[in-house]
Design a protein around this ligand. Structure first.
Ligand SMILES: [Zn+2]
Length: 231
C-alpha cells in the first residue's frame, strides 16, 4: 500500500529558501533527506507524465505548498490572458523539458487525475510554488506520486518578456515550476532557468537545467516508444 508523505517546501521564484552554495554543475536535485525522486522507475523507456488544470476548488491536506487551489480563470481574466494562451504556453513549457530528457508530457484525459496539477492559489502568496509528493518506501530513489503547481492569482501575469521584473512571464514561470515537479531544486546562484530569482535574460533551458533533467531521466532518445507511468 502506498503511503503519502509531505512534500518538501519549495520556494517560488522569489521567496523562502535562501540560496545555498552555487552548484558547480548548474543544477541541484530535489533531496528529501537523502531521498531523490523521479517520475517512473527506470530510464529504460521515456515516462509519460500527464498534466492538467484545476477545474474546481480542491485541497490537499498533505501538501506543504499549494494546499488549496482554485481554477485559474479569474487570474487569467485579470491579466487579460486567454485560456487558450495558457494551454499553449504550458505546452511550450513542458516541451522545453521533453526536448532534452527522456520524459514525455501529455494533457490528462478529461476526468482523470493528472500527475501534475496546475492551478491558482486559494490563499495568494509570493508568485508561484510547486509541491512534490513521492511514494514512501525503501531505497534512495523514489517515484514521484503527485506534483502540484500553483500561481498567485493576485499578481499580474504576462506572456513574453518586457523588462518589467515585477510581472512574471507565464511560460518561464511554468517551466521553472515544472522543473521542480520533475525533481529539480534551485541550483543556487544565477544563470539557470531553475535559479531562484526571476530574470528575463533567457526564455529557454540553460546548460545546468539540461544537465539536471538528463541526470534524472537520461538524455532524450528519439524513436522510442513511450511507456505510461504505472501508478
Ligand atoms: Zn523555484
Amino acid at each position: 500500500m502506498k503511503k503519502w508523505v509531505i512534500g518538501l517546501v519549495m520556494a517560488g521564484l522569489v521567496g523562502v529558501g535562501g540560496a545555498r552554495a552555487a552548484g558547480i554543475l548548474g543544477f541541484r536535485l530535489l533531496d528529501f533527506n537523502g531521498v531523490l525522486v523521479r517520475w517512473g522507475a527506470t530510464e529504460a523507456q521515456p515516462v509519460v507524465v500527464t498534466y492538467g488544470f484545476v477545474a474546481a476548488p480542491v485541497a490537499f491536506s498533505d501538501a506543504r505548498n499549494c494546499r488549496a487551489m482554485v481554477p485559474m480563470d479569474d487570474m487569467l481574466a485579470r491579466s487579460e490572458i486567454d485560456s487558450a494562451v495558457l494551454q499553449r504556453e504550458a505546452a511550450a513549457a513542458f516541451q522545453m523539458w521533453e526536448q532534452v530528457a527522456n520524459i514525455r508530457f501529455a494533457a490528462a484525459a478529461p476526468g482523470s487525475r493528472p500527475d501534475i496539477l496546475i492551478g491558482a492559489q486559494r490563499d495568494p502568496i509570493a508568485f508561484a510554488f510547486a509541491d512534490v509528493t513521492y511514494v514512501k518506501g525503501d531505497g534512495p530513489l523514489r517515484p514521484i506520486e503527485r506534483s502540484l503547481i500553483c500561481f498567485n492569482p493576485a499578481k499580474r501575469w504576462k506572456v513574453g518578456f518586457d523588462g518589467n521584473l515585477s510581472v512574471y512571464d507565464l511560460r518561464y514561470t511554468l517551466a521553472h515550476e515544472i522543473g521542480h515537479a520533475i525533481g529539480l531544486d534551485h541550483p543556487g546562484g544565477h544563470g539557470q532557468l531553475m535559479s531562484m530569482h526571476y530574470k528575463e535574460d533567457f526564455r529557454a533551458l540553460q546548460a545546468g537545467d539540461v544537465s539536471g533533467a538528463v541526470r534524472i531521466y537520461g538524455p532524450r532518445r528519439s524513436g522510442q516508444q513511450a511507456a505510461s507511468f504505472a501508478k
